[in-house]
Design a binder for this molecule. Sequence first.
Ligand code: ADP
Length: 319
Amino acid sequence: MRKIAVLTSGGDAPGMNAAIRAVVRKAKYHGVEVMGIYRGFEGFIEGNMELLELGSVGGIIQRGGTKLFSSRCPEFKEEKYQLQGIEKMKQASVEGLVVIGGDGSYRGANALTKLGFPCVGIPGTIDNDIPGTEYTIGFDTALNTVVESIDKIRDTATSHENSFIVEVMGRDAGDLALWAGLAAGAESVLIPEEPFNLDEIIERIKRGEARGKKHSIIIVAEGVMSGSELAKILKEKADIHTRVSVLGHIQRGGSPSARDRVLAGRLGARAVEILLNGSSGRAVGIKNHQVIDYDLDEAFKLKHKAELSLYTLSKELSI
Ligand code: ADP
């Protein structure tokens, strides 16, 4: 291959820029040119792209968001548009594509590969919900943002002797909530993967109050219900008054953590190696600290599983 392209798609995540940089630098190292496609699959269809030089990706390793912009492009599910994009790539002599995104973006990459245009997927999402990899790029940074925020909320919760419900992102995955719960010492954590017991949560709060605790922090993953819904239930069922804090999009932004940057570097480099070795339809990931790659098809068959031993531990430590 003489020329490849890279795009970011779906929800943005801190570390996407570091991954773009790694793809460009690794490819250049092997004498291969890289086109940066703007706005995900939308730009792929239109052929909206630009040659990325070594310097084009300078000074972005520490920046959140994505230099290439991201978008959601529903029409890309139609083969007509996929073929249109492949044609644009052929016209520009682009022979392969690295897609940085979540599982939706992986489906786009897989569709292109099946149409004969080689693609490799890099997991970029704060939700950590991509099957086959233990971590996704962005998760560590988002986790740190959530934990810092909860630490701050705890200060005010203590001063005012309030209980707080903190709603965190994660779509259908509970990873962010679970890890944040352990790291911030939350009293209760609600995740979509485990049925929650309302009586137990109430009991925990009451037990805390009885031993003089002035506040408690309850983390609810957005995939379970909203923070305000939970507040309403606690009020109605046990007359417990809580304040609600919805962390929202601050979780998606910010400078990537060192861990996410290193992960992005490792996965970006492997993605390029795969394409240059003539392989495609693969996703890269991390398992037991080692970089791995596996069939995109496999990624759709597997199901992401949150580390449920952390759930048990979190309960034990917040007794
Ligand atoms: P994420 O990649 O973060 O999961 P989305 O689910 O929104 O985000 O997917 C991002 C983009 O990937 C979509 O806007 C669309 O362009 C493309 N995509 C999603 N599903 C498919 C599919 N089944 N076939 C082709 N492209 C898809």
